[in-house]
Write a protein that binds this ligand. Structure first.
Ligand code: CA
Length: 220
């Protein structure tokens, strides 16, 4: 398991490298975007956003254009807007610095489990009104128009479309879409719901039940 760590802060990088190496991960460390671009086929990317030669989001965008490699953003507390953009680009999750190695490992395992479930996707085709969610080729169409979704958005839509008009609770969504336990990153789910709403076109189609979860409703 090769982890690409893109982080220019030596102290933070050292802690992560030590912790992950102890757990048996191979860690390749890049301190710049240019360095990160040289690393072939990582299995998972830990991505700082403020880097000496540019914005980590650019690298996330490049990576997402060609691969589904899981991306975990590691960020400082004042970069909230960047995190939201990162999740919309297709990063899987984020961690706010400083964090412990245990917390990082838990988050990495959740993201990796998600990838495993994705590798053997359900071959089902779900139709809700004019929405067709096709698990065979991972496409979604609405009234014959294809909707361009990130892997997480696709899984979220699948999760909600399986039981239209039923409120799916947050824990269930997190388990099905991210393949893991709830680690408290509420915002990750909210951001994905927000961008899925925009892509579907009518925000009312994904209804929020406050404190519980979300339901797909009203699609015809
Ligand atoms: Ca930095």
């Amino acid at each position: 398991m090769k982890v690409l760590l893109v982080e220019d802060e030596p102290r933070i990088a050292r802690g992560i490298i030590e912790g992950l190496t102890r757990e048996g991960f191979e860690v390749v460390h890049a301190t710049t975007l240019a360095g990160a671009r040289q690393v072939p086929d990582p299995d998972l990317v830990l991505l700082d956003l403020r880097l000496p030669d540019g914005d980590g989001l650019d690298f996330a965008r490049e990576l997402r254009a060609t691969s589904k490699t899981p991306i975990l953003i590691i960020t400082a507390r004042d970069e909230e807007v960047d995190v939201i953009v990162g999740l919309e680009i297709g990063a899987d999750d984020y961690l706010v610095k400083p964090f412990g190695v245990r917390q990082l490992l838990a988050r990495m395992r959740a993201v990796l489990r998600r990838v495993e479930t994705e590798e053997k996707p359900p071959q089902e085709v779900i139709a809700v009104g004019s929405l067709i969610v096709d698990g065979r080729n991972r496409t979604a169409t609405l009234a014959d128009r294809e909707i361009s979704l990130t892997p997480r958005e696709f899984q979220l839509l699948t999760c909600l479309a399986k039981t239209p008009d039923v409120v799916v609770d947050r824990a269930t969504i997190f388990r099905e879409v991210w393949g893991g336990e709830w680690y408290g990153s509420r915002k990750t789910l909210d951001v994905h719901v927000g961008s899925l709403r925009r892509k579907l076109g009518d925000p009312a189609w994904i209804e929020t039940t406050r404190g519980v979860g979300f339901a797909l409703r009203g699609l015809q």
